[in-house]
Write a protein that binds this ligand. Structure first.
Ligand SMILES: O=C(O)CCC(=O)C(=O)O
Ligand SMILES: [Fe+2]
Length: 324
């Protein structure tokens, strides 16, 4: 996909850091290669996802989404309030718990039996995100360089980091228009998006270009998983006064009879991180704040997430993060 560059992050150098920053400023999406995740790992995760979503609806509904963890049935989520709710189902894992070994979330046997695998998958995703954040820290020339942003994304610290499995069932008739995931930007710092080879439906909104499809890249013949799609979320946009683009995207599935599986790792800062512009000359030169920020208001990452989730699921949470 020409609009979205592919960048090999297996080595850290000036040129690559500049390319990563450039893609984040101009597109908000990039493919990363040299990420170190194996094809087998990604395949196993997709297999687990398929095992879960093919369970009876009744069985899946024993784990209803609460505090952004668990199962959201078809049409529960409404990513874009101006369009009908999303004809997709999902399962969210609290990735901080998966990483720190304190599993509080009720899980079906299909997942508890593979808990070690899920923990290691989430840990790998998080460490890929830390690698990418190091490129940004370096290119933005913040104090501490590569470690500045990574330092507020400690693996296992209390955060909104989430591993999410998604299933878009095949339909024969049009279901509420073609929008299967309404237009939205992501809430965290950066997102890793896994699609299966041959899979289509994802579109991103680019200035001057409109909606641009971003189909999965083909599988390669190495042991490595194909390049992973990365996008900038709102929190990194706040931190960089809107310099890094939190690009709006959606899923449309006009091809009848096709289903789609995708997996997403939302990397979030520690809950107590303040979403104020980072001390960078490059950011200081920039006027304004990131997407949706009211003038003069500085939120913590945890507060920001609570607000966004309340809007998405139509529920409110109290200070302790309890659903009301
Ligand atoms: O399924 C997809 O490819 C997109 C999912 C997505 O954008 C999200 O869950 O935030
Ligand atoms: Fe998204």
């Amino acid at each position: 996909m020409d609009a979205v560059p592919v960048i090999d992050i297996s080595r850290f150098d000036e040129e690559r850091a500049e390319k990563v920053l450039d893609a984040a400023i101009n597109v908000g999406f990039l493919w990363i290669d040299g990420h170190g995740l194996s094809k087998d790992n990604v395949r196993s995760a997709f297999n687990l996802s398929r095992q879960f979503f093919t369970l009876d609806r009744e069985e899946k509904s024993k784990y209803p989404i609460q505090n952004n963890q668990g199962f959201a049935a078809l049409n529960v989520e409404e990513l874009d309030p101006s369009t009908p709710s999303d004809y997709k189902e999902s399962f969210n894992f609290g990735a901080d718990d998966l990483m720190n070994g304190t599993q509080n979330q009720p899980l079906p046997p299909v997942f508890t039996e593979q808990h070690d695998f899920l923990s290691s998958f989430a840990t790998s995703c998080h460490s890929i995100c830390l690698d990418i954040l190091k490129f940004f820290g370096h290119a933005l020339k913040v104090p501490g360089g590569p470690y500045f942003l990574a330092a507020s994304h400690q693996p296992g610290a209390s955060s909104g980091s989430t591993l999410r499995l998604l299933h878009y069932p095949a339909v024969e008739e049009e279901v509420q228009g073609d929008n299967r995931a309404g237009a939205h930007s992501d809430y965290g710092s950066i997102t890793l998006l896994f699609q299966q080879p041959g899979s289509s439906g994802l579109e991103i909104m680019l200035p001057g270009k409109g909606w641009v499809p971003v189909p999965a890249l083909p599988a390669n013949d190495t042991n490595s998983a194909p390049p992973i799609l990365v996008n900038i979320g709102d929190q990194l946009s706040y931190w960089t006064a809107g310099l890094l683009r939190s690009t709006i995207h959606r899923v449309r599935m006009p091809n009848r009879g096709q289903e789609r599986y995708s997996m997403v790792y939302f990397c979030h800062p520690n809950d107590d991180a303040l979403l104020e512009p980072v001390p960078s000359e490059i950011v200081r030169e920039r006027k304004g704040r990131g997407a949706n920020a009211a003038e003069g208001e500085v939120l913590t990452a945890g507060e920001h997430l609570r607000r966004r989730l309340a809007a998405t699921y139509g529920w409110k949470e109290n200070e302790d993060g309890q659903k009301q």
